[in-house]
Design a protein around this ligand. Structure first.
Ligand SMILES: [Fe+2]
Ligand SMILES: [Fe+2]
Length: 380
């Protein structure tokens, strides 16, 4: 083990730093950064003379690009270079490796606008839900809503976990995407917070945090390879922001429709507004990916192969999960005695979720109408 550096050694080492010695000598001449021309070979300065003008909404990321902030490059940097800045050549470059460092992998034409919207529409689960106006529900309905809240709490954790690890894996050239993901993770965090608060706000509590029911998918041999999905931003985003959050958005809409108290409706409306942004990025990113990847035909086939496993397994885990179906049927039927009517409503939801998914696939130029493995008729 090396000996600990003493405070005296630290002091002496710092005093030997050339720029600190210069200051002590009284030489206060600043570095080349103060006068260098943008793009100068020294790498002392990046850009100059850009004056972004605020729009009616304020100074947006779009205003910066309009004014001359360089747009995202096709290839990211293998360093900590910041877009628009230079890299000072007098120091050795510190190499960085990013798993997602190409524009076609991460970009979506709406990502800047979605980030701006996310920031301007942040809300507080503490004070923006009128909790004091919650009214008691019959026990079966309260229990059903609490079960749904418990299930959704787990789903929100999953979304944040799957995307969170990508914050460090996307290159600095795509700061807008990193900012959007940061905002999305804040949204998911607030969602799990609000579901938790709802479960404890009206005399109920948390239900059971069961694991996803993947048995059907396993029987069909349709278990997706989670390791390979998590290691690839395209697969990960398709799984989370295209399939899962699309299904979840429809489930939130359904829950909002079923809720009997004004407060619960407000809660789901707030959540849906956030969730729609996540799905919107997921769809536009996939569109950009397919339109700009090096080999569209090959990528489309790879994506079809992934969709063949994910559609069924994720629908089973989220939409056909008894943790969601049973309490939804109780709420839709007005209680256990009306569950047959409740399942009738859930069958309609199933058809709607499938159609919305196929429509989203059409929108991004990835038609699944001939290949979709979700049966058109509800399998229940
Ligand atoms: Fe969410
Ligand atoms: Fe989400």
């Amino acid at each position: 083990m090396s000996a600990r550096v003493t405070p005296k050694q630290a002091w002496e080492t710092m005093r030997e730093l050339p720029h600190l010695k210069r200051i002590r000598r009284g030489d206060l001449e600043p570095g080349h950064w103060l006068t260098a021309e943008p793009g100068d070979a020294s790498g002392a300065w990046g850009s100059w003379g850009i004056k972004a003008t605020p729009s009616k909404r304020g100074l947006t990321l779009m205003n910066l690009i309009e004014a001359g902030d360089p747009p995202p490059p096709a290839e990211g940097y293998a360093t900590q270079q910041i877009r628009g800045a230079a890299m000072d050549r007098q120091w050795p470059l510190f190499p960085m490796t990013y798993s997602a460092n190409k524009r076609y992998q991460v970009w979506a034409d709406n990502v800047m606008a979605l980030y701006e919207e996310a920031v301007s529409r942040q809300w507080s689960a503490t004070k923006d839900i009128p909790w004091e106006r919650l009214t008691p529900l019959p026990k079966e309905l309260e229990r059903a809503l609490c079960m749904i809240c418990t299930h959704f709490t787990r789903v929100e954790f999953l979304a944040a976990d799957h995307l969170g690890e990508w914050l460090a894996k996307i290159g600095y050239a795509y700061h807008e995407v990193k900012m959007f993901l940061g905002a999305q993770i804040m949204d998911e965090t607030r969602h799990l917070e609000v579901f938790r608060k709802r479960a404890f706000a009206n005399g109920g509590g948390m239900g059971s945090s069961m694991q996803p029911k993947m048995d059907t998918a396993a029987v069909l041999g349709l278990m997706p390879d989670q390791v390979s999905i998590r290691a690839d931003y395209n697969k990960n985003s398709y799984a989370v922001q295209f399939i899962d959050e699309g299904i979840v958005l429809d489930l939130f809409r359904f829950s909002e429709f079923l809720c009997q108290t004004e407060v619960d409706k407000i809660m789901f409306q707030r959540i849906m507004q956030d969730e729609a942004r996540h799905v919107s990025y997921g769809a536009m990113r996939l569109k950009f990916y397919l339109e700009n990847c090096p080999d569209r035909e090959e990528e489309t086939e790879r994506l079809h192969a992934l969709a063949d496993t994910l559609e069924v397994s994720h629908a089973v885990a989220i939409l056909l999960n008894p943790d969601t179906m049973e309490p939804s049927a109780v709420l839709a039927g007005g209680g256990v005695s009306g569950m047959d009517k409740g399942y009738e409503a859930y069958r309609k939801l199933y058809v709607r979720v499938r159609e919305e998914y196929l429509r989203r696939c059409d929108t991004v130029g990835f038609s699944r109408r001939d290949r979709c493995l979700l049966p058109p008729e509800p399998p229940f």
